[in-house]
Ligand binder design. Structure first.
Ligand code: HEM
Ligand code: MTE
Ligand code: MO
Length: 469
């Protein structure tokens, strides 16, 4: 449309009410739709949300607009154009499936932006037993789905259940359970494994882990409400599907073994709260499954469907990712069908303070070291050993935070502190930490012998080099 005036996005933004006129943009066009608003088939409230800006992000949601008919209506109201430069910004938004990503706290350090993946600063982790939700690491494989809590519905289907669906209100009617559980990505500490040999995967430090209180309905209660009776041995796996999908509309998916899902003490919950608040968008709003003691990847966010099954999820992330291999297996020889999917994670610990490369002051000739330790499967941390002289002397750390030791399962991490005497005149030390869990599993000494091509389950001793002031 040549001959029409050119407007800036700022000028369009000043026309956002009946009095000033209602203008919107679409691609390069500027439209005065003041007289159309009341005729809009979708209602005047909806269309008014776009007043002063682009209709494109709304039309991504409401696909009915992607027709020549709608464009013909719009064209009748055209009053001008955007400059090519400004228009290209809005076209990019239209095609960007990441246009609806939530705002993130700047303290989260991204290892990737689209999809968003980020971890908080290490020292923050040990300052609080409960990790604040806004500072909890984020691991997304796909764009964050836009889910309307009013129309949200969780579908249940498969073996031994009748097809059922539950909206958020339905889920809130079940007894509400709270569980404090640590979630860790299988790729946590990958950046250390990479020093042995490169791997494929995001370069996580040691903070792709966090501990939160999750509240919601128990999975078993929701299955029972769907008619489930636990007497059919064919039931082997419970599959979960997210509402986040790839460009071919395939959702994120995972599954867990039935024995974990159905264990009355297994604490698997369909959480709608994280730390007492509705689950934030990045962490699965409005509902995610929490599978305590199990690798992060199976804690499916934006939960849309549960399938009771004889078989595991056929999702890429269950079948062809999140599996471990021998250090000598490479991408030419790997056969993903030969390794089981990771479920319970191995015992791990990390030093959060001091940080690698730091210059530290001794307190009474002692070096203060703090960190976290955790093990999968609900195994309790029974000891953390710390050394600053290459293992000649080991110092047993004090636990500063650990849940009640009498409960059968320990889903939450243990925070610890050690004070290590350091001989005078020593200028540099390397600190090592290793944890022991209630099965007496202990961390392996080096990454060399646990290296694997996907860089998962990196749990060798954590080593940190510091300078003494
Ligand atoms: C429906 C036009 C902006 C939300 C429709 C329909 C038309 C239309 C022709 C009927 C489509 C059909 O049933 O086949 C327009 C025009 C717009 C505009 C010309 C821009 C100037 C918006 C915006 C929103 C919106 C900004 C949301 C914020 C809806 C909804 C429906 C609808 C929710 C009903 C969809 C349904 O029945 O499933 N619009 N629209 N529209 N529109 Fe818009
Ligand atoms: N669920 C869905 N639907 N989509 C995802 O990309 N990522 C998984 C898991 N659940 C993922 C998901 C992985 S690999 C991890 S480690 C955890 O979510 C991360 O949870 P967080 O982002 O809340 O820390
Ligand atoms: Mo993960």
């Amino acid at each position: 449309k040549c001959g029409l005036p050119t407007y800036t996005l700022d000028e369009v933004a000043t026309h956002a009410s009946k009095e000033d006129g209602i203008w919107v943009t679409f691609r390069q066009g500027v439209y005065d739709i003041t007289n159309f608003v009341d005729q809009h088939p979708g209602g005047h409230e909806k269309i008014s949300m776009a007043a002063g800006g682009s209709v494109e992000p709304f039309w991504l949601l409401y696909g009915v607009h992607k027709t020549p008919g709608v464009l013909a209506i719009l064209e009748k109201y055209r009053i001008g154009n955007l400059s090519e430069e400004e228009a290209s910004v809005s076209i990019a938004d239209m095609e960007d499936p990441y246009a609806f990503e939530p705002r993130r706290h700047p303290a989260l350090k991204p290892s990737n932006l689209k999809p968003f993946n980020a971890e908080p600063p290490m020292t923050l982790l040990v300052d609080s037993f409960i990790t604040p939700s806004d500072l909890f690491y984020v691991r997304n494989h796909l764009p964050v789905p836009e889910v309307d809590e009013k129309s949200y519905s969780l579908e249940v289907s498969g073996l031994c259940v009748k097809n059922s669906s539950f909206n958020l209100e339905d889920l809130k009617k079940f007894p509400k359970y709270s569980v404090t559980a640590t979630i860790q990505c299988a790729g946590n500490r990958r950046s250390e494994m990479v020093n042995v040999k490169p791997v494929k995967g995001l370069n996580w430090g040691q903070a792709a882990i966090g501990n939160a209180t999750w509240s919601g309905a128990r999975l078993i209660d929701v299955l029972k409400a769907s008619g489930f009776k636990d007497n059919n041995l064919k039931v082997q796996h419970i599959q979960f599907e997210g509402l986040d999908t790839d460009s071919a509309h395939v959702p994120y998916g995972a599954s867990i073994p039935a024995e974990k899902a159905l264990d009355p003490r297994g604490d698997v919950i369909l959480a709608y709260e994280m730390n007492g608040q509705p689950i934030p968008k990045d962490h699965g709003f409005p509902v995610r499954v929490i599978v305590p003691g199990i690798v992060g990847a199976r804690n499916v966010k934006w939960l849309g469907r549960i399938v009771v099954s004889e078989v595991e999820s056929d999702s890429h992330w269950q079948q062809n990712d999140y599996k471990g291999f021998s250090p000598s297996v490479d991408w030419d020889t790997v056969d993903f069908s030969k390794a089981p999917a990771i479920q319970e994670l191995p015992v791990v610990s990390a030093i959060c303070e001091p940080l690698e490369g730091a210059t530290v002051k001794l307190e009474n000739n002692k070096l203060v070291v703090r960190g976290y330790a955790w093990s999968g499967g609900g195994r309790r941390i029974i000891r953390v050993d710390v050394t600053a002289d290459g293992g000649k002397t080991w110092h047993v750390a004090d636990f500063t935070d650990q849940n009640d030791s009498k409960v059968p399962y320990h889903w939450a991490w243990t925070l610890w502190k050690a004070e290590i005497p350091v001989t005078q005149n020593v200028k540099k030390v390397e600190i090592w930490a290793k944890a022991v869990d209630s099965s007496y599993n202990v961390q392996p000494e080096r990454f060399e012998n646990i290296w694997n091509l996907r860089g998962v389950c990196g749990n060798a001793y954590h080593r940190v080099n510091v300078n003494i002031k």
